[in-house]
Design a protein around this ligand. Structure first.
Ligand code: SF4
Length: 224
């Protein structure tokens, strides 16, 4: 798609901090706009759809070529609501693409190598009704069925696991090895404190621990 544009919040080169590809040098393309308003959101500057600037897909690809990696992470905001996500993924077809999403929408036919899905639990919301509003079991099921994936749950307390398990029960054919738990934290001290709880829960329930290297290394500094 020649001259197509997409709304960008920021592009930066860093290390993937979470999930199965943690530790991999990756270019992050952060798209602007997200319908959710999570209490623990660490990218509040990207949730407002007016926050970003339009950028030509061609220019994005050119910029990415500078970096020494084949790994791209399309993140947000919520990438799945961004018009022309398909065009961006198509233009980046020679790279390994991870899309980070809350799983609120299914977009068919995306070139995506890893769908990194993080369905939000009640601990994300001030208003509990928002949990049900944004929990789209149909979309989650289609994402799992159509893409290679990982499911990451943000955990604050042990009761969050029971809520995650209720969601998992509604989904068919979820691989146990695809499920990861991450400590809910915005700062290094919170991360350290909650990591021990999450590690204990991982042993108890047999789920994998996902680190959050961006907090460990850079205390969540923007662009790192
Ligand atoms: S889904 Fe992600 S980007 Fe959107 S508000 Fe929640 S944490 Fe922030």
């Amino acid at each position: 798609m020649q001259n197509a544009e997409i709304k960008i919040s920021e592009i930066f080169y860093s290390i993937q901090g979470e999930g199965l590809l943690a530790g991999r040098p990756s270019v992050f393309i952060r798209l602007a706009g997200c319908p959710l308003r999570c209490k623990f959101c660490d990218t509040a500057y990207a949730v407002d759809s007016k926050a970003g600037t339009m950028m030509a897909v061609e220019k994005i690809v050119k910029q990415i070529k500078r970096y020494k990696t084949d790994y791209i992470v399309i993140t947000g905001g919520e990438p799945m609501i961004s018009p022309n996500l398909s065009g961006l993924c198509k233009a980046l077809r020679n790279y390994h693409i991870t899309i980070e999403t809350a799983g609120v929408k299914f977009v068919p036919g995306l070139k995506c190598d890893l769908m990194s899905i993080s369905p939000k639990l009640s601990n994300a919301y001030k208003n509990k009704a928002d949990r049900n509003r944004y929990l789209k079991i149909g979309s989650l099921q289609k994402l799992i069925r159509n893409y290679d994936y990982q499911l990451k749950f943000v955990i604050e307390k042990e009761k969050d696991i029971r809520e995650a398990e209720q969601i998992l029960k509604k989904l068919k054919n979820v691989g146990h090895s695809k499920i990861m738990l991450m400590p809910q934290a915005k700062t290094f001290s919170e991360y350290l404190k909650k990591s021990f709880l999450v590690a204990r829960l991982c042993r108890k329930y047999g789920f994998a621990f996902s680190p959050r290297l961006q907090i460990m290394l850079w205390n969540n500094k923007r662009g790192k």
